[in-house]
Design a protein. Structure first.
Lengths: 356, 549
């Protein structure tokens, strides 16, 4: 089922929790709302579920406008952050809850529960009380309960945030597997960018109620459209420069900061200044300044963190602002000490300039 | 969502209407009456002037304050060490002592007063024995008897609150003090005691409140020693026609005190409470045999003296009696036979009224709890204050207010059984709301949302999911409501009329006329009716009900 949000706004008093958000979520997509706490992602999800009425805008499931359909008739399956399992009901009865509300005949209930229990791999635990389950098991029950009603849309609100790090990784793979298996349109809320990248077909980055960028994980990673998107998806060095020239034939920008000149790939800049987002692993450590090669500059190592497969330097950058550089699979002999000078090159042929 | 929102708004308005007419309006009514000259109907400060002018009235206030202060101090003197010993040291039979130690909370105080009259009254057991020996025994009448009964009856509140605070202290706190070089006594006085001080203060306020509010004990045992609650009642009931203005003025003075105490408790003492998530509770120490024995003797002794009166009443009920003269040692079931055959009506009345009030209170409690916990805001804050207000009103005052308000006019309730139910339900519903809302607070709202999301409409979701989870709180609240209603005297005595006399009224009147045998029979039925549900609930849920009071 396709989900379409048009100019959705949700106010809490003076606060614009969701501010004029428009989105289209394709059939069968795993779509993630990503952002820091308070960015409005949960509010947006709860608006889709029908727990909030939007103050403006339209919500459509397929072609059908559902603004005025109450929450209990929206046919969405929701997995809550704390799972919200009914403590007085067994695993079986928890999962059966939605089916019984739909007056589905008993034999079919048993059959559907058996099938979903197999999918979430909870066989043999049907009679358990929720309090007697581990966090991961509770998570599976919550998922089964949401899925068994064959919802048109699956909504998940930070479903992994209560699990430990290791379980989080295996559960997210599990969720992705089940989602693919059922081909169900899924809207997933998280503040964890790694989790978002791992599971999503597409991601929407939200900041202070507004949409920052929507796209596939790689799209946002390689071509962030805002400083916020760049910094929130992975880490990035943000460098501001003044534009000094534009070469239309080769699509190259000449720029300058702190007396250093740079040559960058990119479209015609709209203003006199540009902002660069340079991923730490894109920066190359070089032997020294070489003629004919652009964007090479020296810096002093401020600190370094050795992580085995990778070493991360903090180096004084142009204008004094530190630059983070990651060198993968470093040679033992090449490791620099704090205070040493290190020459590095910003990639001349990658698009670094943030659009917009 | 929108539809259910409207439904809740309608319910909210209905609740405010009920609370206004049952709680606020009657109080305002007697407030106004206290400023009206009953003869002329004009505005007048006469009643307050009379109060201040005549030593007779001022003495009532002084007496009330005196017995309440003294009883509170004594309750602290017993309750604090009792709590301290039980939570810090190994004592034989500790659990039994703890359970029995909380029992006086739910047993009606005026029955305790009856027992002391049986023992030490003019025709009492000891009085006769001592008279034979030509010795004087201290009189039980007057302030001494009142203080004795109050202390024994109410010290468990101090005990419960202080032990809760002691059990919430993390072991590391005292260890840190020791580590910093403090000796045992220094640790106690500089760390332990200050940390439990808010609890001690809370306990003291509760005890003081219960003493000053109490009607049954001073009226039975005080004789010429008049206190405010008794005097207000007398002014209102007086056979010479009563003085609503004076009764109103006395009620207002009593209300000012109880309300002041409650506000002080809520906004000052509660805020000072130190909350600690206790991970490692304090170590329970084993002492050498002699100190252990002394501590045991103290604790067991206190429990024995506090519960002894109720045993006396139960024994009296199966003893041959003739008016105030009891033939101890001569077994007889006559008192019970009379209670059940000649005058069973009060038993029926008590059960009927308590059950009706409880059933109403359950529904009211569930709805109000839901509104308080789930629909937060200025309105629910106001609702909270209004619904808890009766807890700050003395029973006598509430009775007088209701009786005076609904005596004439469009709605006449005075003299019907409905006014009793109304009074009970409004006064006892706060207990149900407390137990229910504290449970509801622990239920995450997403539980309900999960149900709605799965296709069950909001109100049905509440019934199917939230209600079952709340059930233990509802049952606990219902039982507290039921037993405290059954034992209610101070409001009932103002509001009942002839055929609707309850067991408590019957006991009260029989004691007054020195008819101890039948009084004891009703009292025994009452004690057993109170203890059985508490015992069952304790067995089923392991819940310590006294702590919910």
């Amino acid at each position: 089922m396709r989900v379409e949000l048009t100019n959705i706004t949700k106010l809490f008093g003076p606060l614009r929790a969701v501010d004029d958000v428009s989105l289209t979520i394709g059939e069968g997509d795993f779509f993630t709302l990503l952002g820091p706490s308070g960015c409005g992602k949960t509010t947006l999800l709860r608006t889709i579920a029908g727990f909030y009425n939007p103050d403006a805008g339209e919500i459509r499931f397929g072609d059908r406008l559902i603004n005025h359909i109450p929450a209990h008739r929206r046919e969405t399956g929701m997995v809550f952050q704390n799972y919200a399992l009914f403590p007085h009901l067994s695993v079986f009865d928890n999962i059966a809850y939605g089916l019984r509300a739909r007056k589905i005949p008993k034999p079919e209930i048993a059959e559907r529960i058996a099938r979903i229990i197999k999918i979430v791999q909870m066989e043999g635990l049907e009679r358990r009380a929720p309090s007697k389950l581990s966090g991961g098991q509770q998570q599976r029950v919550a998922l089964a309960r949401a899925l068994v009603i064959s919802p048109q849309i699956l909504l998940m609100d930070e479903p992994l945030s209560n699990l430990d790090a290791k379980l989080r990784v295996s559960m997210r793979e599990e969720i992705r597997r089940i989602q693919k298996e059922l081909g169900i349109t899924t809207i997933y809320v998280t503040h964890d960018q790694e989790e978002a990248m791992a599971v999503s077909d597409r991601i929407a980055i939200l900041n202070r109620g507004r949409l920052e960028q929507v796209g596939a994980p790689a799209e946002i990673y390689y071509r962030p459209e805002s400083r916020f998107a760049a910094e929130f998806m992975g880490s990035s060095n943000i460098i501001e420069m003044a534009v000094t020239g534009w070469d239309e034939d080769h699509s190259r920008i000449a720029a300058e900061t702190a007396g250093q000149t740079f040559s960058l790939r990119g479209e015609k800049p709209s203003g006199a200044r540009i902002t660069l987002s340079v991923r730490p692993e894109w920066i190359r450590v070089v032997a020294g300044s070489r003629d004919g090669e652009a964007n090479i500059l020296p810096g002093t190592v401020l600190s370094s963190t050795f992580l085995g497969s990778m070493i991360r330097y903090r180096v004084s950058g142009p204008g004094g602002k530190p630059v983070v550089i990651e060198v993968h699979d470093p040679d033992e002999g090449s490791i620099r000490k704090d205070g040493e000078t290190l020459w590095y090159q910003l990639p001349p042929d990658r698009p670094l300039v943030i659009r917009g | 969502m929108r539809k259910s929102f409207q439904a809740w708004n309608i319910i909210l308005v209905a609740i405010f209407v009920i609370l206004f007419f049952a709680v606020l309006y009657p109080i305002l009514y007697i407030f106004k009456a206290s400023f009206v000259n009953p003869e002329t109907g004009a505005f007048s400060l006469k009643s307050y002037a009379t109060f201040l002018h005549y030593p007779y009235y001022l003495r009532c206030l002084r007496n009330s304050l005196f017995v309440s202060t003294l009883s509170t101090l004594l309750a602290l003197a017993i309750g604090i060490p009792f709590a301290f010993f039980l939570s810090r040291y190994k004592i034989p039979g500790k659990n039994l002592i703890r359970t029995l130690g909380t029992l006086p909370l739910i047993l009606p105080a005026f029955i305790g007063a009856e027992a002391w009259l049986i023992l030490l009254g003019r025709n009492g057991l000891f009085a006769k024995a001592f008279r034979g020996l030509d010795m004087e025994i201290p009189s039980i009448y007057g302030w001494k008897g009142i203080v004795l009964v109050f202390t024994l009856q109410f010290f468990p509140f101090v005990f419960l609150m202080v032990s809760a605070a002691l059990n919430a202290i993390d072991r590391s706190l005292e260890e840190a003090a020791t580590n910093l070089g403090a000796g045992r006594l220094r640790v106690f006085f500089t760390v332990t005691l200050p940390v439990v001080t808010p609890a001690i203060l809370s306990g003291a306020l509760v005890v003081f409140y219960l003493c000053i509010e109490n009607f049954g004990v001073p009226v039975l045992i005080g004789e010429d020693f008049r206190v405010l609650s008794v005097q207000a009642y007398n002014e209102f009931i007086s056979e010479l026609g009563g003085n609503p203005s004076m009764a109103g003025a006395l009620s207002m003075i009593l209300l000012a005190i109880t309300l002041g105490l409650t506000i002080f408790q809520k906004y000052w003492v509660e805020r000072k409470n130190y909350t600690m998530t206790s991970l490692n509770p304090l170590e329970v120490k084993r002492l050498r045999p002699l100190p252990t024995f002394l501590i045991w003797l103290f604790c067991a002794g206190v429990v024995f003296v506090a519960l002894f009166p109720f045993a006396v009443v139960m024994v009296s009920s199966i003893t041959k009696t003739q008016g105030p003269v009891m033939y101890f040692g001569q077994f007889s079931l006559e008192n019970f036979i009379r209670a059940f055959t000649i005058a069973p009506r009060p038993i029926f009345n008590s059960f009927f009224l308590a059950t009706t009030a409880t059933l109403t209170g359950i529904v009211f409690g569930i709805v109000v709890s839901y509104l308080l916990v789930r629909k937060r805001g200025a309105v629910s804050y106001l609702l909270d204050i209004l619904v808890m207000l009766p807890l700050a009103i003395a029973g006598t005052v509430q009775g007088i207010a209701l009786a005076a308000t609904y005596n004439k006019g469009i709605i006449v309730l005075t003299g019907t059984w409905m006014i009793l139910v109304l009074a009970y339900f409004i006064r006892k519903a706060p207990y149900s709301i407390k137990t229910t809302s504290s449970l509801l607070q622990q239920i995450d709202p997403s539980i309900e949302e999960a149900s709605i999301n799965l296709g069950v409409p909001p109100v049905r979701s509440f019934i199917r999911v939230v209600l079952p989870i709340m059930m233990p709180g509802i049952i606990a609240g219902a039982i507290i409501m039921w037993v405290t209603t059954l034992a209610e005297l101070s409001t009932t005595i103002v509001l009942y009329y002839g055929p609707w006399a309850t067991m408590t009224v019957e006991i009260f009147q029989r004691i007054g006329s020195g008819d101890f045998g039948p009084a004891s029979a009703y009292a025994t039925i009452l004690i057993i009716s109170v203890l059985i549900p508490l015992f069952i609930l304790n067995r089923v849920s392991g819940k310590d009900l006294a702590s919910s009071l």
